[in-house]
Structure formats: structure tokens, C-alpha cells
Ligand binder design. Structure first.
Ligand SMILES: [Zn+2]
Length: 126
């Protein structure tokens, strides 16, 4: 099971008003990273094997999947964490906001409040 990490963050608008929030991050252990990397390698090489039987396209697909396998496996192995979401009160409208984040998002990050559409910055707490 991947571990989950909750870190305190601060939502700040352009006028300097702030509110506290939480940042949810999935943390992958070394064993999980190896497992996920091998899974991706196997998947892409199986796709290379399947695409052998597609006329003409196999000239591109087979070498493409064979090369993509180890490349993607290394990328997956190197990713030690993945951002999930940020939760907290919007400093502008006061609504409880849950913002979905991309896996590679870094803090500080500008987002929009889903309730009032105000531009907010997710930052480290002072
Ligand atoms: Zn808002």
C-alpha cells in the first residue's frame, strides 16, 4: 500500500489574505517503485509483442514500445511521490475547497477557487 502524507499549507490570494489548508501526497516506498516500474516495463513489452501482428504499423510500434518500456520504467521508478489534492478554506469566499493536483505539481502553485474562481496561491506555511 502506498503511504499517504498530509502536510500543512497556506492558501493566499493576491491581496495577502491567507487561510490554512492541507496538502495530500502519496509517497511510494522503494519496493512499490520497483513493482510499478516492472509492471510498466511488462505492459509496454506486451504491447510491443501484440503490435507485431499489425501490418505496416509494426515497423514503428514494435521498436517504439520496446524503447518506451525501459524509459517509462525508469521514470516511474524515479517518482518517489505524487500529489493528490489540496484542501482548505478559501480566504476570499470562506468556502471549503478541494483542489485536485497533478502528480508532479510543486508548491508554491497558483490555482483557482472552485467556488468563487478567485486566484489563490498554495504556499508553505510561514
Ligand atoms: Zn473562494
Amino acid at each position: 500500500m502506498p503511504g499517504s502524507e498530509i502536510t500543512p499549507v497556506r492558501f493566499r490570494n493576491s491581496d495577502g489574505e491567507t487561510a490554512d489548508g492541507s496538502l495530500f501526497t502519496t509517497v511510494h516506498s522503494a519496493g512499490e517503485r520497483i513493482q510499478r516500474a516492472l509492471l510498466w516495463l511488462a505492459l509496454l513489452w506486451v504491447l510491443a509483442g501484440v503490435s507485431l501482428f499489425i501490418p505496416l504499423a509494426h515497423f514503428v510500434l514494435v521498436p517504439g514500445f520496446l524503447i518506451a518500456g525501459p524509459v517509462v520504467a525508469v521514470m516511474v521508478y524515479r517518482s518517489e511521490w505524487a500529489r493528490e489534492r489540496a484542501e482548505g478554506k478559501c480566504p476570499v469566499c470562506g468556502e471549503e475547497a478541494t483542489i485536485k493536483l497533478e502528480a508532479r505539481d510543486e508548491i508554491p502553485k497558483w490555482i483557482y477557487c472552485p467556488a468563487c474562481n478567485a486566484a489563490l496561491q498554495i504556499t508553505e506555511p510561514d
